[in-house]
Design a protein around this ligand. Sequence first.
Ligand code: GCV
Length: 702
Amino acid sequence: MNLFRPYCIQLLFWIIVWFFTGALRAEDGYQLWLRYNKISQPKLLSHYREHITEIVIQESSQTFQAVQEELRKGLSGLLGKEIPVVSSVSQDGAIVVGTLEQSSVVRKLVGASELESVGAESYIIRSLCWNNRMVTVIAANQPKGVLYGAFHFLRLIQTQQPLDKLSIQQKPQIQKRLLNHWDNLDGSVERGYAGKSIWKWENLPGKVDTRYKDYARANASIGINGTVLNNVNSQAEILTKDYIEKAAAIANVLRPYGIQVYFSIKFTSPMEIGGLTTADPLNMSVCQWWKEKAREIYQDIPDFGGFLVKAYSEGQPGPQIYGRSHADGANMLAEALKPYGGTVMWRSFVYDISIDKDRAKCAYLEFVPLDGKFASSVFVQTKNGPIDFQPREPFNPLFGAMPKTPLMMEFQITQEYTGQSKHLVYLAPQWKEVLDSDTYANGPGTLVAEVVDGTADKHTISGIAGVSGIGTDRNWTGHHFSQANWYAFGRLAWDPSLSSEQIAEEWIRMTWSNDPQVINPIQKMMAGSWEACVDYMTPMGLHHLMAEGHHYGPQPDYVHPGRNDWSSTYYHKADANGIGFDRSEKGSNAVSQYHQPLRQIWNSPKTCPEKYLLWFHHLPWDYPLASGITLWDRLNMHYQKGVNYVTLMQKEWDSLQGKIDPGRFEDVENRLEMQHENAGEWRDTCLKYFGRFAETQEQCEP
Ligand code: GCV
């Protein structure tokens, strides 16, 4: 017996250790921000247990099943006990969930007039006293609104907000909030850095991956309501009967979560899979083919969203082959989708440099003359900047230049040009910079966000798209912190006025911890991570210095054998006289595509903000900046500053050892080490290359 005793004590010791470090057991990131771990502070836990005792639901649609499932899962996890689902209020702490139309309890609690004005996806969450009972109501006009409300309610608990005096009313600012997958039908993902495509086309429609539901939950939790399943570099096969059936199986999983599916289509599909000899949008047989195709799709997918089109760009065919315009092509597709309410998203990512030698000007020159010529269900989907998702670009001048056309914003969540899945770069500040930019289109204060949400030009439709960074990696996005970009995209799509700090804090609390000792260092890391990336890659308005093809590392000396505008040297134009692309009136005059006073401010290197200086100006190496420092010295400072920030992020992260589960801690630690090494490579390669010119130049005239 005595011999046995030390073993018992040892066992007890390990049980205690296991119990207290339980929260730090390895996590793999699969649950994203929907972790629902039990609240550990006793006071807080009893507050929530007091305010949540039962879930009152009277509806049973598929969406309501999703609502019920999520609330049960979330609340039982967070509160550490099962919360019963009932059909009427029986005690204090009832959470009443429902629509005005279907739920008699909701009707008793909420006035019809309150919900009437808010629209289909909106919701209210309110604390009430009813029949001497303390209740919380989550109400909406449509089940989808209730679903969004339920996720909001869970978020309040996940981020440890009090529940006693709730008075929340939410309405999305932008109607169509879409992910764009650049997923190919063979399972590869263009510019994907998190494994293969999650769409298992080879197994569909028979076998439906369980992951689709978690994908739907995650997206619904941040308000995303549509997904384009396949790459804009499209294959005609997506429109065959087989693939429509496969997509229908995905749509069935996403539907209860309020997510519509869309296809990227190839303009020459009528020829490739339809046996026609032309794809001319004005040809009757072609129009008929698309009408038939739309009918076929809607038979299988009644809530199908519509088509996304990359036309006449980077090898993709378009109506121009037949001497027709973007509007001719888009309108023909819109006509085919019209009976079903489908949408066309026609991309403006075109750069035919026979139109203008400056690639940044091309889309504007092609699209602005077409303003007013698109059918009412057509969006022109436009990247945030005029080149191509560079670490930093001024906003695309099309925003503010096509008042008669709804412009759909296209951001890139996948980090093609911002370190892929190796670098920690929180992109919300980049997107905020663009959304908050003043276009001056209708005088001062016409923000890009207002062009996108339709208020600037009184459009009845509005949309925003994010190129997805999702793949089959267990944590969905490769880098654990790339999840933050997915999260932030959804939150900003819902409400572009949210701050990037606020979004980061929500995400950190839900994804990592509510402990301020964890929140603060991570906030700090994320806050400056984008600016740091700009600094060590392309500071002061430089752009497209990335290696050819994969776009990861630096290659400032790259010269494309056939296309000047695919060469790094085309963008930086470094030589003995200086560096930068002259887009002022004296150069390509791209500044003229912006409204006054931006045109004037950006036209002069004296008034142009430093962040855009070399985007708009070619300047001598010893050009004196306002601070008195020369351009070359300042460039050196930026590159070093970027690398220093990665060192700081490493330090902050190291301070979290023991406070973060070991699995995710080590993964991020390793990636930060890689980032540090690669940031140094960016600095050294670029400064060495530019130094060849800068340090041999003749001094500029005083
Ligand atoms: C899907 C860039 C990317 C391409 C992408 C293209 C686009 O050029 O490098 O991979 O193609 O943008 O947005 O169409």
